[in-house]
Design a protein around this ligand. Structure first.
Ligand SMILES: Cc1cc2nc3c(=O)[nH]c(=O)nc-3n(C[C@H](O)[C@H](O)[C@H](O)COP(=O)(O)OP(=O)(O)OC[C@H]3O[C@@H](n4cnc5c(N)ncnc54)[C@H](O)[C@@H]3O)c2cc1C
Length: 370
């Protein structure tokens, strides 16, 4: 069977490996000119570790751990002069303890490296038209190319083109949680002794996390939905400059300076995706495109990997009955997704309290560890 996967990130790469291991003829189309490696370290945990073992990459992932096991299970909260005023737990109550933390770039490379040469990758292109003819999906690409596939897997993230073309406009399915987050690598001199530090003013937080290999910075800020081009980094940088123009104290100025120079800055809305059904005909959604739990949950990556495995396994055993395969995929994944999507507002309010009172209450609840 010929399968087109839109998106070459965690969901798309895991799906490419899982489907091709089961004999499918797989093509992956990615909008970016190459694999996108930026982003903060992410967690692979629970059943996603079993999927990694089945894919033959678990030991490699372990070899690339960020060393989080040696790190504190909290971020120091600091005030405007860097005094420690609190210690915020970095784990959520629903997190499983078998957490393996890895840089997103390493995970992407390892997933990509696990895929055989029989999978075709097309970069710098995007699906533009989709027609499900019943026995095939006919796809027109932005480049002008056309293709005919038996299955289309939309693994193209929270702003999924597949979802828009087949299920309807994004605003029907994506719920903005009132927050944007931006992530970037920082120069070594902003390193923070192997620990994480968080500084908050009402509606705005910044984070510096130091790892053995590199230092990462983060901006998280409350904001209603803003219209911007998801592919225009300069517009995204400007959103952050505007949001922090009045914020002073701690290392905010240095972080904004680093943002000006950053080559790997990544910004997105903290959003969840909710659909009543993840498939239509020969088109099925996977990962954030189908069920983003949001940046706050720490579950987007494990869910994408587990979803890829479940989807490919159901497809392989359905004997051509795609409806049945997609139904079983949803049945298995829905409870996991529901759990991941719950509890997110609490995490948001911990990281970015909206008022000084809320900041002080948070700091009292989690007093400093010196
Ligand atoms: C560059 C980057 C950095 C990230 N950094 C973080 C982070 O720091 N913290 C965090 O919690 N989450 C981050 N994420 C999101 C995280 O990867 C996902 O929440 C999770 O891993 C589920 O992955 P996914 O493959 O479903 O979606 P995503 O990881 O969002 O991947 C979607 C992929 O589809 C591609 N794509 C989009 N539109 C099209 C199109 N029209 N045609 C073809 N391809 C398309 C994108 O370029 C991307 O490669 C980041 C995502 C990206 C792309």
């Amino acid at each position: 069977m010929s399968i087109l996967i839109s998106g070459a990130s965690v969901a798309g790469l895991a799906a490419a490996q899982r489907f091709s291991a089961r004999g499918a003829e797989v093509t992956v189309v990615e909008r970016a000119p190459g694999l996108r490696r930026s982003g903060a370290p992410i967690d692979v945990r629970g059943a996603a570790l079993d999927v990694a073992a089945d894919m033959g990459i678990r030991d490699t992932l372990v070899g690339h751990e960020t060393g989080s096991a040696q790190r504190s299970a909290f971020a120091h909260i600091v005030d405007e002069i860097g005094e420690k005023v609190g210690a915020l737990p970095t784990e959520l109550p629903q997190d499983s303890p078998d957490d393996l933390e890895i840089f997103r770039s390493d995970l992407i490379d390892i997933l990509h490296g696990s895929i055989g040469p029989d999978v075709t990758f097309v970069y710098g292109d995007s699906i533009q038209e989709v027609a499900d003819t019943g026995d095939a999906v006919e796809v027109g690409f932005a480049s002008g190319r056309a293709g005919r596939y038996e299955l289309l897997v939309g693994a193209d993230g929270i702003h999924s083109a597949t979802r828009r073309l087949v299920f309807g406009p994004e605003e029907r399915y994506r719920r903005h949680l009132g927050v944007y987050y931006g992530i970037l690598s920082l120069p070594a001199e902003l390193g923070a002794d192997g620990e994480s530090y968080l500084y908050s003013v009402p509606g705005r937080s910044v984070l510096i996390s130091d790892y053995a290999q590199r230092t990462m910075g983060g901006f998280t800020f409350l904001s209603p939905e803003v219209a911007y081009d998801y592919h225009d980094i300069e517009q995204q940088r400007q959103l952050v400059f505007d949001a922090y123009s009045c914020v002073r104290g701690w290392k905010v100025a240095e972080l904004l300076d680093a943002l000006k120079q950053s080559e790997d800055f990544y910004l997105d809305s903290a959003s969840q995706v909710h659909l009543d059904r993840w498939s239509r005909g020969r088109v099925v959604l996977l990962g954030d495109a189908a069920f983003a739990p949001s940046f706050f949950s720490g579950q987007g990556t494990p869910l994408a990997m587990i979803g890829a495995d479940v989807l490919a396994a159901e497809w392989a055993s359905c004997d051509g009955d795609l409806d049945q395969a997609f139904g079983r995929y949803e049945q298995t994944m829905r409870p996991r997704v529901r759990r991941a999507q719950e509890g997110v507002p609490e995490a948001r309010d911990r990281i970015i309290p909206a008022t000084w009172e809320a900041i002080e209450a948070r700091n009292r609840r989690w007093p400093p560890v010196r």
